[in-house]
Ligand binder design. Structure first.
Ligand code: MN
Length: 314
């Protein structure tokens, strides 16, 4: 485990960087990758982000001009916001064992690199990258600030989640000072819904199953329903946060069928409840407020198991 200054020295020493993001990439992994890539280029290094096949149109502008299609033998590989090897996109599997540095903020991570810079107190992985800027002698420019603010605001739910700290706000203030398009990013990330997203939310409410007097809820979404409503990955980004907004709900589980047949659980919890502890029963992990697990069973079977776990936890 490195300190900030050790990591800064390491980044200065190496060159020819290729940055890796996680499966079903979110604003933090994508924004962190864009920020780190721009930081390394500002240091005079060669740096690219390995093209994530799941990059969606909503986030694509962040990676414009920064990506590489393939990894080369001599690339220095750095993972951002990747808590475990299983979160590496399948397309990157040939890189196993070659990733040298992991920069991350997941406390329950499974280390898979010789070097790591991990700060579980950071609301977003990008906050750690921001902390690296001063020791690297870098200052935020607008493209960096847009990437940083996108990562920071999405992982903190626009500064509403319990992971939001004074450091998150100080980082956001630095983004504002550097000219980040705060209102534009907020509008795109938090205040714009596709019709398909609103339709799937309505389906979730109609098909939600409650337990413990409405303190627990399970929404199990068949892949066929997603297909029928023609929802995109962007529409489903953070969809698990939605049932948590129902008044009285303390633990909200959203189950989705993955294209390979497995079932992905995303669990959200109010403060005082532990989503990670529930997901750990199924071999998953995450934060107290948000955690996940994967099932190799049918959707109905997974939903039953999760319902039983919620009843037990509540
Ligand atoms: Mn993150």
């Amino acid at each position: 485990m490195m300190t900030i200054s050790e990591c800064a020295a390491w980044l200065k020493k190496h060159d020819n960087y290729l940055i890796l993001t996680h499966v079903r990439p979110d604003g933090d992994t994508l924004g962190s990758a864009a920020l780190l890539c721009r930081m390394l280029r500002a240091l005079g290094k060669a740096a690219h982000i390995l093209k994530n096949p799941e990059l969606t149109p909503k986030y694509a502008p962040l990676h414009q001009g920064l990506t590489a299609d393939t990894a080369q033998e001599d690339h220095t590989l750095v993972a951002v916001d990747i808590a475990a090897l299983e979160l590496l996109p399948p397309a990157f599997s040939q890189l196993l064992g070659r990733i040298q540095l992991r920069i991350d903020h997941h406390a329950a991570a499974t280390p898979f690199t010789p070097c790591s810079l991990v700060d579980p107190t950071a609301g977003a992985c990008a906050e750690i990258l921001y902390d690296l800027m001063a020791p690297l002698g870098l200052t935020l420019d607008k493209p960096m600030a847009d990437a940083l603010y996108t990562a920071l605001s999405t992982d903190t739910g626009c500064f509403r989640y319990a992971n939001t700290t004074a450091h998150s706000f100080l980082t956001a203030a630095a983004c504002a000072q550097a000219g980040a398009d705060l209102a534009g990013i907020n509008l795109a990330m938090f205040d714009t819904n596709s019709l398909a997203k609103l339709r799937i939310q309505s389906w979730m409410i109609a098909n939600a199953r409650f337990c413990r007097e409405g303190r627990g809820v399970v929404c199990a979404i068949p892949l066929a329903v997603e297909k029928e409503m023609a929802v995109t990955q962007d529409d489903m980004d953070n969809i698990s946060g939605y049932p948590r907004t129902i008044e009285g709900v303390c633990l909200a589980a959203t189950l989705r069928q993955l294209p390979d047949g497995r079932v992905k659980l995303s669990l959200r919890a109010l403060p005082g409840y532990d989503a990670a502890a529930v997901c750990a029963k199924f071999g998953g992990g995450g934060h107290k407020g948000a955690a996940g697990a994967t099932f190799a069973t049918s959707l109905a079977e997974a939903a039953e198991k999760v319902m039983a776990a919620l009843e037990e936890a509540l």
